[in-house]
Design a protein around this ligand. Structure first.
Ligand SMILES: [Zn+2]
Length: 99
């Protein structure tokens, strides 16, 4: 299902910003298609995203929050196809592309 050439084919250049406060969160160049229906990135912009460990229902997950306004953005997962082994799974409604 995964294909490196497909998942690293990104669309428009620019940066993705928080819809609530405009803080810069992700570069479009770090976006990829993880076939999960959510926008996915493998790296966040320094100072844009805060990682918070969550322990719910016996499972550990990492929540993604906007550093500036604290809006919930999504979750962080492991992914063996990305350069650093990470996948930021982000809610469509939390980010907007700025050029
Ligand atoms: Zn924000």
């Amino acid at each position: 299902m995964y294909n490196k050439e497909i998942i690293f084919h990104h669309n428009d250049p620019g940066v993705y910003c928080c819809t609530s406060c405009g803080n810069t969160l992700f570069e479009a160049a770090k976006k990829f298609d993880a076939c999960c229906g959510f926008p996915s990135f493998w790296l966040h912009v320094e100072g844009g995203v805060k990682l918070r460990p969550l322990h719910t229902y016996g499972r550990s997950r990492t929540q993604l929050l906007c550093v500036r306004c604290g809006t919930h953005l999504g979750h962080l997962f492991q992914n063996k196809y990305t350069p650093n082994g990470l996948r930021y799974c982000v809610s469509k409604n939390a980010i907007v592309l700025e050029r």
